[in-house]
Design a protein around this ligand. Structure first.
Ligand code: TRP
Ligand code: ZN
Length: 494
């Protein structure tokens, strides 16, 4: 059996599950049956935030919204302010998987605030300060509701410092039927947070529309290494432990914040345009670089021709045991040790443009991430093995989709957020667009789209409008059929 090794299939292979290799044909089974019943499943099972405002007498006080209105995750994100920077200082006990942390958030108020919320789940809070003074707060489900003395004036920059500890609780990734978040393995600890796990390990405005820069100061006992997003700027020797300071100066959505602890060896190489490539391998790999990682630089050049310049100044992978899949954490993709295939390297690399730099404005628009990353795999197949091989790959996936229930991928519901249709049909949207507008126009669409939306957020509507504008064509029929209709369209001839 030929391995298609799409990341989506891997998602369904949980840490504890069988060691079945990634194979497109075996992937849809788990979710296939649920796909047919998607429409019967409510959009979200997440609890609505409790709406207890300040219950004093007197006039209502200005409060930041408790939701950013994400249709699938209404309790993610908060209004009234914009986070500029997260400073996460964290000491981890790898044996108990408990942490002791102080996160300082620097934010700017969009409006005058007597009260505002942060997203935070589990963990015990020992102190909370706003601008260096103890502030009043209450916990309401997955929210911290904070009412600093004197409030915050519109336009003002302020800091929130939260000290907390404990062992983070796991999140349910419904579409994969497994639990994720802050995971402990015999080798160490790693975080896979997409879509709603960031709030389990640091207080945040946990929605992809509020991007910020990050500093991580991670203390772990020797001989462990701690890795996170961005640049390793300092390693501090504290005797029995070390503190690894990581700094990310490109803005990032919270779900992409990563932290990996284990015994690692770092490898550096030079990518195109002076981009630093650094990979982290478990020391148990004995320095044996996975062959799949060797394609990184070539794939960067190849994808940059299609998409535009690589968005960040560095990139690489960190390998973890047990995880069956991979995750596109900004500048440092996390790769399960059973996911070391070049298609997946290309998939996660493509996400750096689509998902990380150009980020869907709501979780409902997830095909703008997964469909684009899957389309990059199609392009890579064509690049390596020719057009026929690519068409075979796409036909194989189309056949697999035909035998499972269909739904409109413009509204996958939480239950199918990372289901096979979002990936495969999502890739086919762009394949069909390519057949209609041709390679040159498609490249122009991608490049312009990247130029406009890099370091920001985008909706499906905005992508469609741009594709129509650049191509000068009415693409209503194409997008209606592939994105908004339930029935799976036929593939374009070719
Ligand atoms: N975005 C990941 C990928 O394509 C899939 C994913 C979502 C994931 N949530 C996850 C993987 C949690 C591991 C854990 O490639
Ligand atoms: Zn993906």
């Amino acid at each position: 059996m030929r391995r298609l090794a799409l990341a989506t299939s891997l998602l369904l292979v949980s840490a504890a599950c069988s060691d079945a290799g990634p194979a497109a044909t075996s992937a849809p089974t788990a979710t296939a049956t649920t796909a047919t019943t998607t429409t019967a499943i409510p959009a979200t099972t997440a609890a609505e935030p409790t709406t207890t405002g300040p219950d004093s007498t007197g006039p209502p006080e200005p409060a930041g919204a408790q939701s950013l209105g994400d249709p699938y995750f209404p309790d993610l994100g908060n209004g009234g302010y914009d986070v500029i920077h997260y400073d996460i200082e964290i000491t981890v006990d790898p044996e108990s998987a408990a942490l002791d942390a102080v996160t300082t958030i620097t934010a700017v108020a969009d409006e005058t605030l007597a009260t505002f919320n942060l997203d935070f789940v589990g963990l015990e809070v020992s102190s909370l300060m706003v601008d260096g003074s103890d502030a009043e707060y209450v916990r309401q489900g997955p929210e911290l509701r904070i009412s600093p003395d004197g409030g915050i004036v519109a336009g003002e920059e302020f800091t929130v410092t939260v000290a907390y500890s404990g062992r983070p609780q796991l999140i349910n990734l419904i579409s994969a039927g497994v639990q994720f978040g802050w995971l402990q393995t015999p080798e160490g600890i790693y975080v896979v947070a997409e879509p709603d796990g960031a709030r389990t390990w640091f207080p945040s405005n946990d929605h992809p529309t509020d991007k910020a820069t990050f500093t991580f100061r991670i203390t772990v006992p020797k001989p462990l290494t701690a890795a996170a997003n961005g640049a390793l700027v300092e390693t501090i020797d504290n005797g029995d432990s070390q503190t690894f300071v990581w700094d990310l100066d490109s803005r990032m959505a919270t779900f992409l914040a990563t932290l990996v602890i284990g015994e690692y060896e770092r490898f550096e190489s030079e990518g195109p345009e002076g981009i630093l490539i650094r990979d982290y391998l478990p020391t148990s790999f004995n320095g044996k670089m996975p062959a799949a990682f060797e394609v990184t630089a070539e794939a960067m050049v190849f994808l940059a021709e299609w998409f535009g310049p690589f968005p960040f100044d560095r990139y690489g992978h960190i390998v973890v045991y047990e995880l069956g899949g991979a995750l596109e954490n900004q500048t440092l993709s996390l790769m399960g040790s059973r996911a070391l295939f070049d298609e997946i390297v290309v998939h996660e690399l493509a996400h750096q443009w689509w998902g990380d730099s150009v980020t869907p404005a709501s979780w409902q628009d997830i095909w703008l991430s997964e469909g684009f990353a899957t389309f990059a795999e199609f392009l890579w197949t064509e690049h390596l093995r020719g057009e026929d091989a690519m068409n075979d790959q796409i036909e194989g996936l189309h056949g697999a989709l035909q035998s499972i229930g269909h739904f409109a991928i413009s509204d996958p519901r939480e239950s199918q957020l990372f289901g096979p249709a979002v990936y495969w049909r999502g890739g086919m949207v762009l394949h069909a667009l390519r057949a209609q507008v041709g390679d040159e126009v498609l490249k122009e669409i991608f490049h312009t789209y990247f130029e406009i939306y890099a370091d920001g957020n985008v909706t499906t509507r905005e992508f469609i409008d741009l594709a129509e504008e650049i191509s000068g064509q009415d693409l209503t029929e194409l997008f209606d059929a592939w994105l908004f209709a339930v029935a799976l369209p036929d593939l374009p001839d070719g």
